[in-house]
Ligand binder design. Sequence first.
Ligand code: SF4
Length: 337
Amino acid sequence: MIRSLQQSLQRWYARNARDLPWRRRVTPYRVWVSEIMLQQTRVEAVRQKYVAFMRRFPTLRALAQAPLEHVLEAWSGLGYYRRARMLHAAAREIAARHRGRFPRSHAQLLALPGVGRYTAGAIMSIAFDQPCPIVDGNIVRVYARLHRTAKPANKDVWAFAQQWADSAAAPAIMNQAIMELGAIVCTPVTPRCDICPVRKHCKAGRHGDAREFPAPAPRGEKRSVRYLLLVLRDAKGRVLLRKRPQGDKGSLLPGGLWELPHAEWPQGAPTPEIPADNLRLTGKAVQVTHSIMDCNVTLHVQPATGGAAGRWFTMQQAQAAAISSATRKALLTGYPG
Ligand code: SF4
């Protein structure tokens, strides 16, 4: 069955694959960067950033030689900056340990910072056309629907993915084709079984109940946190940002990035603590909500005056700097002018 399924899918992929910048020229470096950017981030958000990033760091060597600060800047807007740090650390490790040559084995890739089983499999299959399995959310969903399985076991999905890669004449194409199917046809909420190239092989598609599979994962309770963020502006309208030291875990907002002066506002406390004695709140706060992993965050974005350490940025400069998505949202929503 898998061969016939692959033939149908390959024909479909040849006609329907999206034109994405990382597909135009395939190298291990380009595949790697795209895969790291695509983790937990929508394709549309990655497209433009990817092109700009590649312009700035066209080679592994350029990335390894760049200061981390520049890499974080180029990452601005993608969020989850830990990925950028890992990418940079891995580039330096390749330069140091592999003499700048991109590793060609699964085990060597897995040893790099930020590279897990999925990413190693994606690089090995897409860049080197090796029969390495990949499992991501798209593949779990397609697998669950093909087999009409509500709770597919992780080991079964990986076994399917291995069989899938082993059966492929061109693993680079077949692995991308099944992910593409999950991304644009077998989507989570509105699967397009009516136009699906593999419907005849698909149990849920034939039963007409694809949306029921896989069963939704139980959601854990998210904790709620509040922050007071201060917006100080100078006479030129620039906004004050300060830089949190690398590795500083004193805030939910990540270290190494530019941020608005802020303080946590504990639940139950009637008023927030002002982050410095010589600051005065002015005007009305705007409330912005944001979600960070297991937290619902409420940001009270408050105009303020007074002396505080930091650097003045125009809004345009602030948007281009290495800032977290929470800071970006606060600047855009809470203080747009
Ligand atoms: S037939 Fe429907 S459920 Fe099955 S793979 Fe295609 S889109 Fe998904």
